[in-house]
Design a protein around this ligand. Structure first.
Ligand code: HAM
Length: 440
């Protein structure tokens, strides 16, 4: 036998013990409920994709973070770092003939070789919600409403998080009006995207490095320090292109205000999103205190489907990660209890009652209840303690008298009260209660 070796978990990856998984399931269940409430249908795709799907389409930052290798058939492949290219690829092959708009959602696990830090790991789960085939701003508002409601459904409110919203077309109009040459726009977006974390001095240096004059850098620096909508409108009141580029955002806000979600919105000129494919309104959700990394990011990407060989369809959507979100839920004490629980713990007093105990257990399970029992012969006291540890609501005790009369003693483990019930009547109530959705 080779010597025993211990293996550490890879950095940036997580184990989910049942307690941790309970929170994850709570988040996924809420995400599913909210997305379905807006009429979205769930899809999934493969975790491994051709490398080419991400190169150029996703943008440099994500490509540098890819887990990529050559498979045994010589294909260059990558673990999916995001879902949007997979969605685009899937729809490119099947969207023709599908009724539009297409409303799809997914909860994939994604992989990015990032420097592990608070809120950023090397794998995470992400709720993806996308509307494909609708160019109007109502679709942009619809997906942002889903993102906001997904957080509200978990108990977070307007004191806890904010949606920072901008429009890439507006940024482009501002860059042009401020005198930035078109060739420098992509570089400017990359610098603006990092402005929040880089600070003003490094941002100014970055803007100069992509070829902007000091006058243009001054204007952008001013907007990054005071990026309010009114300041922007005032600063560019003579530029028709900038004023016109503000219209979609105004309509977007009015739709979300009509839904009662206006308090969550905050215009922010520095939100441009790091991914290459966005073309219109973009947004990111952050904790209100601004202490954590982004909880969610998304926006409009009207050219991606065409880029992967599909019909030219406008699209808008977002990705909401579980890592920062769970940090916020823990911080706000919004984590549901994860103690073990079951409906019944069946106890047989001696080996002669084992058959009756197993039969009733099996029938209760068939009726939809969770049932446990000891896997080895034990005294009644020990079995009752095990029932407690298992979080059982009731113990069913079968001794020689009960077995002889086809009954069981049912003890309510919360109140301690108990009564003897005939097994047929107990099973009948158990089945009725389950069919009615309640607990017997
Ligand atoms: P993203 O901004 O790259 O967008 O990611 C969206 C969210 O996923 C982030 O706000 C964050 O919560 C979470 N996330 C990203 N990377 C990590 C990481 N390394 N560790 C933990 N959480 C992370 C996208 O992925 C776009 N494809 C979203 C989208 C869908 N746009 C349109 N449709």
């Amino acid at each position: 036998m080779p010597a025993a070796r211990s293996f550490a978990r890879l950095p940036g990856f997580r184990d989910f013990s049942p307690g941790d998984l309970a929170l994850r399931s709570h988040v996924f269940n809420t995400w599913r409920r909210v997305a379905r409430g807006y009429g979205f249908r769930e899809y999934d795709g493969p975790p491994l994709e051709p490398l080419g799907l991400y190169v150029e389409k996703s943008g440099e930052e994500i490509v540098e973070q890819l887990y990529t290798f050559r498979d045994k058939g010589g294909r260059e492949v990558a673990l999916r770092p995001e879902m949007t290219p997979t969605l685009a690829r899937m729809l490119a092959g099947r969207s023709r003939g599908m009724p539009k708009p297409i409303r799809w959602f997914s909860i994939p696990q994604l992989f990015r070789y990032e420097r592990s830090q608070r809120g950023r790991l090397r794998e995470h789960f992400q709720l993806n919600v996308d509307v494909v085939g609708e160019a109007g701003v109502a679709a942009d508002a619809e997906v942002l409403a889903v993102a906001i409601d997904a957080l509200r459904g978990l108990g977070l409110g307007e004191d806890d998080f904010v949606a920072r919203v901008n429009d890439r077309r507006l940024v482009t109009a501002v860059l042009t009006a401020a005198g930035a040459p078109p060739g420098a726009h992509a570089g400017c977006l990359a610098v603006i995207d990092k402005a929040g974390r880089a600070g003003l001095e490094r941002t100014r240096a970055g803007l100069e490095a992509v070829g902007l004059s000091s006058g243009t850098v001054d204007i952008l620096a001013e907007l990054l320090s005071d990026g309010s909508r009114d300041h922007l409108a005032d600063r560019f009141r003579t530029s028709g292109a900038v004023i016109e580029a503000m219209t979609p955002l105004d309509e977007h806000r009015s739709i979300l205000e009509a839904m009662g979600l206006g308090a969550y919105l905050h215009f922010d000129f520095s939100v441009v999103r790091g991914l290459a494919y966005y073309t219109g309104i973009v947004f990111e959700l952050f904790d209100r205190a601004g202490e954590l990394r982004a909880i969610c990011g998304g926006g409009r990407y009207d050219r991606l489907l065409e880029l992967v060989g599909g019909e030219p369809l406008p699209a808008v959507g977002f990705g909401m990660g579980d890592v920062v979100l769970c940090e916020l839920l823990r911080d706000r004490d919004l984590v549901p209890g994860a103690a073990p629980s079951c409906d019944y713990y069946v106890i047989w007093v001696g080996p002669d009652q084992r058959g009756a105990g197993l039969e009733v257990s099996h029938r209760l399970r068939a009726a939809g209840h969770s049932v446990m029992y000891s896997l080895r012969p034990q005294g009644v006291g020990k079995q009752l303690r095990a029932a407690d540890r298992a979080g059982a609501r009731r113990a069913l005790i079968i001794g020689p008298d009960e077995a002889a009369s086809g009954s069981a003693t049912v003890r309510d483990l919360r109140t301690g009260s108990q009564k003897t019930r005939s097994l047929p009547s107990l099973l009948e109530t158990a089945a009725t209660h389950f069919a009615g959705g309640g607990n017997p």
